[in-house]
Ligand binder design. Structure first.
Ligand SMILES: NC(=O)CCC(=O)C(=O)O
Length: 267
């Protein structure tokens, strides 16, 4: 199935959801007018990494974000892999991705499993413990959040599902500029080793602690860069993804079938 994917590479106003909701809404409307089937937003797009703001103004069970996103998806009849938001629960805050289909129905949430110490996530957030497989109209996909891409074993765990092998990995991020070469290399590697499309949406701009590096990117299952945004531009990056390509590529070089799990048990 041919899928027009739109990655909203935007700056995020630090601790200012009002501005961020407005920007997200304008970008979603623009992507829809260009024919997008699936739209991605960046990591923690409502607040940025403003932990004080999150705690003082918690989005309980992410209900504000859920209401907004469900309404946007339904109104525009578009699938949303809606970045992540700070979700307040009885156990604390999670960095949680929210996915909705064209009917505005909630499809899946995924809370970031690997917390990034360099940005003090472990001091303020809880680790997610659930996987992230979900099904949209184009078939199975999986979602990951920023630092998660450094853990190929976590992504491979999703690829090994007996029935639901994702053809697209959606990644949402606030990845700082100084490590942007690593961002690109890690994403290209994840696409090649898992023989799937990778659509990865990063933010631009700065907060008090970091400058972010853009370079949102869409990569084919052969590791070819299909589309890539620049470092500092607020833009919507579009790419046409033919999800049916994955089957032939996996048949040609059957990496998943050729695994030797009996050799890999060293932990
Ligand atoms: N927000 C994040 O998880 C950033 C991860 C990162 O910068 C890295 O180098 O990994």
């Amino acid at each position: 199935m041919l899928l027009k994917t739109a990655l909203v590479q935007m700056d995020i106003a630090f601790g200012n959801p009002e501005v961020n909701y407005e920007n997200a809404s304008a970008n979603i409307a623009e992507a829809v007018s260009s024919g997008a089937d699936v739209i991605l937003l960046p990591e923690l797009w409502t607040t940025g990494y403003d932990f004080s703001y999150m705690k003082e103004n918690p989005d309980e069970e992410a209900s504000e974000a859920v209401t907004f996103l469900s309404e946007q998806a339904r109104k525009h009849r578009v699938n949303l892999v809606a970045g992540s938001v700070a979700k307040k629960t009885d156990e604390g805050f999670f960095n949680t991705m929210l996915v909705f289909n064209r009917h505005g129905a909630f499809v899946r949430e995924y809370s970031k499993a690997h917390l990034f110490r360099l940005m003090e996530e472990e001091k303020h957030l809880q680790e997610g413990n659930e996987g992230s497989l979900f099904k949209l109209e184009h078939g199975w996909a999986a979602g990951f959040i920023c630092y998660d891409i450094r853990f190929p074993e976590w992504i491979r765990t999703h690829m090994l599902h007996p029935e639901h092998k994702p053809s697209v990995l959606y990644v949402v991020a606030e990845w700082p500029q100084p490590r942007i070469d690593q961002w690109r290399s890690l994403l290209i590697a994840r696409a090649i080793e898992n023989q799937c499309f990778v659509a990865a949406c990063n933010r631009t701009g700065s907060d008090p602690n970091n400058t972010y590096g853009g370079h949102s990117i869409v990569i084919s299952p052969l590791g070819k860069v299909i589309a890539e945004a620049g470092e500092a531009e607020d833009t919507i990056l579009y790419a046409d993804i033919e999800t049916d390509d994955v089957h032939e590529i996996r048949e040609n070089i059957p990496v998943l079938r050729d695994r030797r799990p009996e050799l890999y048990r060293n932990e």
